[in-house]
Ligand binder design. Structure first.
Ligand SMILES: Cc1cc2nc3c(=O)[nH]c(=O)nc-3n(C[C@H](O)[C@H](O)[C@H](O)COP(=O)(O)OP(=O)(O)OC[C@H]3O[C@@H](n4cnc5c(N)ncnc54)[C@H](O)[C@@H]3O)c2cc1C
Length: 503
C-alpha cells in the first residue's frame, strides 16, 4: 500500500485522511489534479468517524440496546465488538480503495510534518518522503484530552474511547471521568452491555447546556438504566492495585473511593497539531491550540486550509464535511461560502433514546431577549407519535422554543426514539424560515393500519391513523379502563397504550 517514490509534487496535499479533506481530495482528483493524501496510521484510512468515532460507537449503541437482560454480557459484548470491527474494516478498505482507485490519489502512510510553507515530510518508516504542493489541507482531527489527575496518565487501567472499543473484555466496573457527550454516550452503551458504570462530572449537573426540565428527564433515563452519576465530583487520584484501580474523589465535602476495572477519560478532545511542524510552515494556532482560520478556512498562509476538528470548530463529522464545501468553493467556485452561512446546525447525543438539539434552548432564548412560547410534552403523551409505542420506547420529551411575535422556531430539543433523524427536519425548517405553525401543519407519513391484540382483557382493537367516530365511541365506552393494549417491547418493560394516546 506504499509508493516507492521519495519525493512528490502535487496540486493538492491533504494531511490527515479525515472527512473534509477526503471530500476535497475526491473532487480535485476527479478533475485530473495530482492529489496526495497522507495518513499516519493504516488503521485510520477514512479518519476518525468510520474507524474509531461515529460508526463503531453507533454500532455499539445498537448492539447494546439489542441485548436482553438474559443475554450473557461478556459473550454478547465480544460478539458485538467483533461485528463492529468487521464493519469498520470494510469502511477502512473502502476508503483506501476509493481514494487510490476511483480518485486516483496517492495515499502515503506515515506521520506528516511541515518543513516549509509548501513542503511536508512524511515519515513512512523508511526514508522520509517529501511532498511539495500548491495547496495544502490540514485535516488532522483531534486527540483525547487526559485530565491532569494524579495517577491517571500512568494508570494501566486508563482507557480512551479508542482503547475501550477495541477491548473484547467487557469491564465489569467502569468509571467514566467526564459527563459530556462522549462520557454519557459511553455510560449508556456500557451499562446496557452489562457493566456497572459510574459517571463522574465536576459540574453541579450533567447536560448543563440543556434546560433544567430536559436535563432532568435525560438524567432520569440514565439513572433508571442503572448508571451511577456523581455530579459535583472532584476526582483527586487514581491508584493502581492488583487487578483493579481505585478512584479517589471528593463529593459533598467528603472523600470517597471506588474500585473499578477501567477508567475512561472522557474530558473532551483537542485539535491534533502536535508534531505537525506548523511553525515551519508559518501557520498560526489559537490560544486553545487549534489551527487559526478565517471564515473561508484559510490559515495564516493563504494556500493552506484547515478543516474539521483541527480548526477548533464543532467536533462533528458533518461539520468537517461542510468545511469541505467552503474549501471547494474557494478552490473551484465563487469563493463566497463561509462558516458564517451555517444556520441551525443540529447535534445528537446517542444515549437511549437519543437526545438531539438544534438552535437555542429555552434558557438561551430568554437570555437573548426573545419573548418565547414553549411547546413541551413527554413523548408518552404525544398522540401524533405512535412510533414510540410501536418500538416500545416511550421515554423522553419533545420541546420547541418559539418566538411569540413571529412564530419563528428558535430551537428544539428532542429526547425520543428517532430524534437523530427528526431533528434534521426541524433544522431544515429553521434554515428555510419555515414557521412553527407551518411545520406543525405539514403532512407527514404515518404508520399504516395495524392490528394489536390486548393481553389485559382479551379484546382486540384496531389502531388507526385516523380514528372514526365509532372507534372513538367504542373506546370511550370501554368497560374496564382506558388501557387499549399492553405489550412488551423487544426484551424490555411492559407498555400500555391508553385511549387518549391512539394516533
Ligand atoms: C468516540 C467518538 C464518537 C463520535 N461520534 C460522532 C457522531 O456520532 N457523530 C458525529 O458527527 N461525530 C462524532 N464524533 C466526532 C467525529 O468523529 C469527528 O468530529 C470527525 O471525525 C472529525 O473529522 P476530521 O475531518 O476533523 O478528521 P478525522 O476524521 O479526525 O481525521 C484526521 C486524521 O488525521 C490523521 N493524522 C493526524 N495527524 C497526522 C499527521 N501529522 N500526519 C498524518 N496523519 C495525521 C489521523 O490519524 C486521522 O485519521 C465522534 C468522535 C469520537 C471520538
Amino acid at each position: 500500500m506504499q509508493s516507492a517514490v521519495r519525493s512528490l509534487r502535487a496540486d493538492l496535499l491533504v494531511v490527515g485522511f479525515g472527512k473534509g479533506g477526503k471530500a476535497v481530495a475526491a473532487a480535485l482528483g476527479r478533475l485530473g489534479k495530482r492529489v496526495v493524501v497522507v495518513e499516519q496510521s493504516d488503521q485510520m484510512y477514512g479518519g476518525t468517524c468510520p474507524n474509531i468515532g461515529c460508526v463503531p460507537t453507533k454500532a455499539l449503541v445498537h448492539h447494546a440496546h439489542a441485548r436482553r437482560p438474559s443475554d450473557p454480557p461478556q459473550e454478547w459484548y465480544e460478539r458485538a465488538v467483533g461485528e463492529v470491527h468487521a464493519i469498520t474494516s470494510l469502511f477502512r478498505k473502502g476508503n483506501f480503495d476509493a481514494m487510490t482507485e476511483n480518485v486516483g490519489a496517492t495515499v502515503l502512510t506515515g506521520h506528516a510534518e511541515f518543513v516549509g510553507p509548501h513542503t511536508v515530510s512524511v515519515d513512512t518508516g523508511d526514508d522520509p518522503i517529501t511532498v511539495e504542493a500548491e495547496h495544502i489541507l490540514i485535516n488532522t482531527g483531534s486527540t483525547p484530552v487526559i485530565p491532569d489527575i494524579p495517577g491517571l496518565r500512568t494508570s494501566e487501567y486508563l482507557v480512551t474511547s479508542t482503547d475501550l472499543i477495541h477491548r473484547t473484555v467487557l469491564p465489569e466496573r467502569l468509571a467514566i471521568v467526564g459527563g459530556g457527550y462522549l462520557g454519557i454516550e459511553f455510560a449508556s452503551i456500557y451499562r446496557q452491555f452489562g457493566s456497572r458504570v459510574t459517571l463522574f462530572e465536576s459540574t453541579a449537573r450533567i447536560l448543563d447546556r440543556e434546560d433544567d426540565d430536559v436535563a432532568a428527564v435525560a438524567e432520569g433515563i440514565l439513572v433508571d438504566q442503572g448508571i451511577d452519576i456523581v455530579t459535583g465530583a472532584n476526582v483527586t487520584k487514581i491508584l493502581d492495585g492488583a487487578g483493579e484501580a481505585t478512584v479517589q474523589y471528593m463529593n459533598d465535602g467528603r472523600e470517597h473511593t471506588l474500585a473499578v476495572d477501567a477508567v475512561l477519560a472522557a474530558a473532551g478532545r483537542r485539535p491534533a497539531t502536535e508534531g505537525l511542524g506548523l511553525a515551519a510552515a508559518g501557520v498560526r494556532t489559537t490560544s486553545r491550540g487549534a489551527v487559526e482560520v478565517d471564515e473561508y478556512l484559510r490559515t495564516s498562509q493563504p494556500h493552506i486550509f484547515a478543516l474539521g476538528d483541527v480548526n477548533g470548530g464543532p467536533q462533528f463529522t458533518y461539520v468537517s464535511l461542510d468545511d469541505s464545501r467552503i474549501v471547494l468553493d474557494q478552490l473551484l467556485g465563487e469563493g463566497k461560502r463561509t462558516t458564517a452561512d451555517r444556520v441551525a446546525v443540529p447535534r445528537t447525543l446517542f444515549m437511549t433514546p437519543p437526545l438531539a438539539n438544534v438552535g437555542l434552548t429555552e434558557r438561551e432564548a430568554r437570555d437573548a431577549g426573545f419573548r418565547v412560547k414553549v411547546a413541551s410534552q413527554p413523548v408518552a403523551e404525544i398522540v401524533a407519535m405512535p412510533r414510540s409505542y410501536v418500538v416500545g420506547e416511550t421515554r423522553g420529551v419533545m420541546k420547541f422554543v418559539i418566538d411569540v411575535e413571529t412564530d419563528e422556531i428558535l430551537g428544539a430539543t428532542l429526547l425520543s426514539v428517532d430524534a437523530q433523524e427528526l431533528i434534521n427536519t426541524v433544522a431544515l425548517a429553521m434554515r428555510r424560515g419555515i414557521k412553527a405553525g407551518e411545520l406543525r401543519d405539514s403532512i407527514y407519513t404515518h404508520p399504516p393500519r395495524r392490528k394489536r391484540s390486548t393481553t389485559s382483557s382479551a379484546r382486540s382493537c384496531t389502531v388507526t391513523s385516523r380514528e372514526t367516530d365509532e372507534e372513538r365511541d367504542w373506546r370511550s365506552n370501554s368497560p374496564d379502563s382506558d388501557v387499549l393494549t399492553t405489550w412488551r417491547g423487544p426484551g424490555r418493560d411492559e407498555h400500555q397504550l391508553h385511549a387518549g394516546q391512539v394516533p
